[in-house]
Design a binder for this molecule. Structure first.
Ligand code: DGL
Length: 271
C-alpha cells in the first residue's frame, strides 16, 4: 500500500466535517477525499437496506479515488451499513460507533450512559451492543433526537428554540442520572454548548469523532501507512447537491487553511 494515498471519508451531508476536523487536527499531513451525500440527506430516518445501498455506492466511488482507508463519518451509516460494506472492501473501513462506545465506557463513573442519535442509530442498538461488550455492568439509556439535525442545518446552534428542544429530549436521560452522554450523530458536536447547558457540568459529553481520529492514526501507524508529509495535502470534497451551502459549512467547521481556502476543491457529483 502506498502510504501517501488519501483517506476516504463519507457522511450523509455536512455533519461528517466534524470528523474531518478531528482527522485534520490529529493527522495534518494526510489528504482527505470527502463525499457528502447532500442530495439524499437525511439518512437518519431511512431503512437499513437503503443506507447500505448508499454506503456501498459511496465506498465504491472513494475506492475509485484510490484511498488507503475509508472512514464512515456518519453514525447512521456506521450503525446500519459498516458491517456489510466492509466485507467486500479491499481497504480498512472504520466507523464512529465503536470509538464512541469506547470513550463513553472509559468516561462514566456511575455506569449510567446516555446515547443520543438519529432514529436509525438508536433503533440499530449498536452503541448498546458495543457498550455491553466493553463494559457489561453499564446501563444504557437512549433517545432519538430527530429535530437536532435540521436545527444545526438551519444554523440555530445557540438559540432559544434549540434550548427548548434540547431540554425536552434530554429530560428522560437526565431523570435516569446518566453521567455521560454520547453525541451519537455527526451534527450534535455543533450543539455541544446547548446540550452541555441542558445536561449540566456534571455530565460528560462524548464526541466519537475524536476517538475515531485516534483509531485511524493508530491503524495507519501500525501498518506503516502514515503519510510521510513530503507534499502538502490537497483535500478533495465531493457533494451530491448544494455546493454553496456545503462550502459555507466547511468554512465554519474546518480548521486553519482548509477552512479559509477560497479555492477549496469542491465538486457536485451524481453517483
Ligand atoms: N450524519 C448523520 C448521522 O451521524 C446525521 C444526519 C442524517 O440524518 O443524515 O447519523
Amino acid at each position: 500500500m502506498e502510504r501517501n494515498l488519501p483517506i476516504g471519508v463519507f457522511d450523509s451531508g455536512v455533519g461528517g466535517l466534524t470528523v474531518v476536523k478531528e482527522i485534520m487536527n490529529q493527522l495534518p499531513q494526510e489528504t482527505i477525499v470527502y463525499f457528502g451525500d447532500t442530495a439524499r440527506v437525511p439518512y437518519g430516518d431511512k431503512s437499513k437496506e437503503t443506507i447500505t445501498a448508499y454506503s456501498r455506492q459511496i465506498t465504491r466511488f472513494l475506492l475509485s479515488k484510490k484511498v488507503k482507508a475509508v472512514v464512515v463519518a456518519c453514525n447512521t451509516a456506521s450503525a446500519y451499513a459498516l458491517e456489510t460494506v466492509q466485507k467486500g472492501c479491499p481497504v480498512p473501513m472504520l466507523g464512529v460507533i465503536k470509538p464512541g462506545a469506547k470513550t463513553a465506557a472509559a468516561s462514566t463513573k456511575n455506569g449510567r450512559i446516555g446515547v443520543i442519535g438519529t432514529e436509525g442509530t438508536i433503533r440499530s442498538g449498536l452503541y448498546e451492543e458495543y457498550l455491553r461488550e466493553i463494559s457489561p455492568k453499564s446501563r444504557v439509556f437512549k433517545k432519538a433526537c430527530p429535530l437536532f439535525v435540521p436545527l444545526v442545518e438551519e444554523g440555530w446552534l445557540d438559540d432559544e428554540v434549540t434550548r427548548q428542544v434540547s431540554r425536552r429530549y434530554l429530560a428522560e436521560l437526565l431523570e435516569q442520572q446518566v453521567d455521560t452522554i454520547v453525541l451519537g450523530c455527526t451534527h450534535y458536536p455543533l450543539l455541544r454548548k446547548v446540550i452541555q447547558e441542558t445536561a449540566g457540568d456534571a455530565v460528560t459529553l462524548v464526541n466519537p469523532a475524536y476517538e475515531t481520529a485516534c483509531e485511524l492514526r493508530e491503524m495507519l501507524a501500525e501498518r506503516g501507512w502514515l503519510n510521510d508529509g513530503s507534499s502538502a495535502p490537497a483535500h478533495q470534497f465531493y457533494v451530491s447537491d448544494g455546493a454553496e451551502k456545503f462550502r459555507k459549512f466547511a468554512r465554519s467547521i474546518l480548521p486553519g487553511d482548509a477552512a479559509t481556502a477560497e479555492d477549496i476543491f469542491l465538486k457536485v457529483l451524481t453517483l
